[in-house]
Ligand binder design. Structure first.
Ligand code: AMP
Length: 286
């Protein structure tokens, strides 16, 4: 499927799924929080009752319930590759948030493969945005069936830049694999070039995992981590836990957008500061 067609399918599928009720966006408003010169976007849930009802629904599902096999037909966007397809994220906060899932069951806690990178690269070539992977429960994943995710740019309103993009631009040399000075926790960064093949991206991923201190061996991941990737760069962040003081963090938090479910969490986040929250759920520098 060509790039334009993938975007058109995503837009028309979202419109139809909204009309039919298959898509159930989480209603939020946004606020901003600045720490160390980086302005984070905070999505604040508008409807606590609905959020609580959703949490109860998700918890009431059998532990082996798999929302992606079979998937809901109304959420199907496109076939991406022989091994992967694209679905709408049913409970989205951001518009046009898609999931890139494996056709056959693979566990979320296995390392990414060349086929995963072929699917992400295909989706990213069609849609400029942020691809990400929550590697395991402690990295923010809620489903066991392997799913990468893609949110289209821009993630912030006009006039604001994504904190991670700001932090990368400010690096002394963003054109080489280097640490990001704003990240005061273990991580690894590498620039990408348009000519990289899925095998090149997979090799880069393995190198970043090792640089970030993860034991990259076997098929099962050896520790939780987040992967963030655009057309221009890849970042790995090893994780210590999925939440701190009740605030859950997934890959999007490291890009610079957070979600809080209650006014209390919003207040906690203001006291802590967004970068300090990230530090608490990542791993301290050696
Ligand atoms: P994560 O929570 O990062 O593992 O991402 C999984 C996503 O799957 C969540 O953001 C949910 O909103 C979404 N989800 C849950 N059930 C379904 C479903 N039936 N179809 C599509 N997406 C779903």
């Amino acid at each position: 499927m060509s790039g334009l067609n993938l975007w058109q399918s995503l837009v028309s599928c979202s419109t139809n799924a909204l009309k039919s009720g298959a898509l159930q966006p989480i209603s939020t408003h946004h606020e901003f929080l600045t720490e160390a010169g980086l302005t984070f976007l905070v999505h604040v849930s508008d409807n606590l009752q609905r959020k609580t009802a959703l949490d109860t629904l998700l918890r009431s599902r059998a532990p082996d319930f798999n929302p992606f096999l079979p998937y809901e037909e109304a959420l199907f966007v496109a076939d991406l590759s022989p091994t992967h397809l694209c679905l709408l994220n049913k409970f989205n906060v951001v518009e046009h948030h898609s999931l890139i899932v494996t056709r056959a069951f693979e566990a979320q806690e296995t390392w990414l493969t060349v086929a995963d990178f072929a699917a992400i690269a295909h989706a990213l070539s069609a849609i400029e945005g942020l691809a990400f992977y929550n590697g395991g429960r402690d990295a923010g994943a809620s489903q066991r069936h392997k799913h990468l995710q893609l949110v289209p740019y821009p993630l912030l309103p006009p006039g604001y830049d994504l904190p991670l993009e700001v932090a990368i631009t400010a690096m002394p040399d963003p054109h080489a694999p280097n640490p990001i000075p704003a990240f005061r926790f273990r991580h690894a960064f590498a620039p990408l070039t348009p000519t990289m093949t899925p095998a090149d991206l997979h090799r880069c991923y393995g190198e970043l995992l090792s640089t970030a201190g993860l034991h990259y061996q076997g098929e099962q991941q050896t520790a939780p981590y987040n992967l963030l990737m655009t057309r221009a760069w890849m970042v790995i962040v090893p994780r210590s836990r999925d939440r701190y003081q009740g605030i859950s963090v997934n890959s999007l938090g490291f890009a610079g957008t957070l979600f809080v479910a209650t006014p209390e969490q919003r207040a906690t986040l203001t006291t802590l500061g967004p970068l300090s929250l990230l530090e608490q759920v990542a791993i301290p520098l050696p």
